[in-house]
Design a binder for this molecule. Structure first.
Ligand code: IPE
Ligand code: IPE
Ligand code: MG
Length: 237
């Protein structure tokens, strides 16, 4: 089965961009060089997803737990992120919508303002929606949604009995984005690490030992061929 323009392709793919540190270590380089290489892979794979006609793609770039890392590594990641934001105006030309998921509060004003400006400038594009998960945690996402619902209960607008799954989904950072269909994790780890835990309830998973900086278009083709051979039942028969 060819992955090109196949209507059974996932509508929403999530990538856990893992393995940058190990990629650098293998070459005797500092970890930050792995992140730099990983950022290039991110650009290449996001462009390829757009070519394939994938409508929604989420890239996990920095988790709520990644602040535990040494300050120089966190700083290096933030500075790569800032250069991406400076360079990314091309997405506006490419008619790609960009949404940042995760709590923007801890970022510098300069970074946050660039994030908000890009979201605003690209909000009417629908060729592809690129979601960048940065300071994102699946549990944090759910807490954020539940707090909004609790406010509605407090105001007397709804009763606890009236809370539905849709209300929780609508309060998430991924509001109006279809649930993720396919999650790809390179680097050999077999876990979600707090990525889209609510949205992934019926996702398909694909794990590969390839490290993210080495992840190629061919690797994505291979993953998608695997996806196309799966039967999703959603609890039915
Ligand atoms: C993923 O690569 C990037 C981030 C989590 C920011 P890692 O930095 O986790 O790479 P490994 O897992 O140490 O190889
Ligand atoms: C997951 O990778 C987070 C991102 C890719 C942004 P980690 O490297 O942080 O995950 P663990 O620590 O191996 O679970
Ligand atoms: Mg890792």
């Amino acid at each position: 089965m060819s992955v090109n323009s196949n209507s059974a392709l996932p509508k929403h793919i999530g990538f856990i961009m893992d393995g940058n540190g190990r990629w650098a270590k293998k070459r005797g380089l500092e970890r930050k060089f792995g992140h730099r290489e990983g950022a290039k892979t991110f650009r290449k794979i996001s462009e390829y997803c757009c070519e394939l006609g994938i409508k929604y793609v989420t890239f996990y770039a920095f988790s709520t737990e990644n602040w535990k890392r040494p300050k120089d590594e966190v700083d290096a990641i933030m500075s790569l992120f800032e250069s991406y934001l400076d360079d990314v105006r091309s997405h506006v030309d490419e008619k790609i919508r960009v949404i940042f998921i995760g709590d923007k509060a801890p970022f510098s004003d300069s970074l946050r303002n660039k994030m908000i400006a890009l979201e605003e400038d690209s909000k009417n594009f629908d060729r592809m929606t690129l979601l960048l998960a940065i300071n994102y945690g699946g549990r944090d996402d759910i807490v954020y949604s539940v707090k909004k619902i609790a406010e509605e209960v407090k105001k007397g607008n709804i009763t606890p009995d009236e809370i539905t799954e849709e209300m929780i989904s609508d309060g998430l950072y991924t509001k109006n984005v279809p649930d993720v269909d396919f999650i790809i994790r390179p680097s050999g780890e077999l876990r979600l690490s707090n990525f889209l835990i609510w949205q992934a309830a019926y996702a398909e998973y694909y794990f590969t030992d390839v490290l993210w900086p080495d992840f190629s278009k061919k690797d994505l083709d291979k993953a998608l061929e695997d996806y196309l051979n799966r039967k999703r039942r959603y609890g039915g028969i």
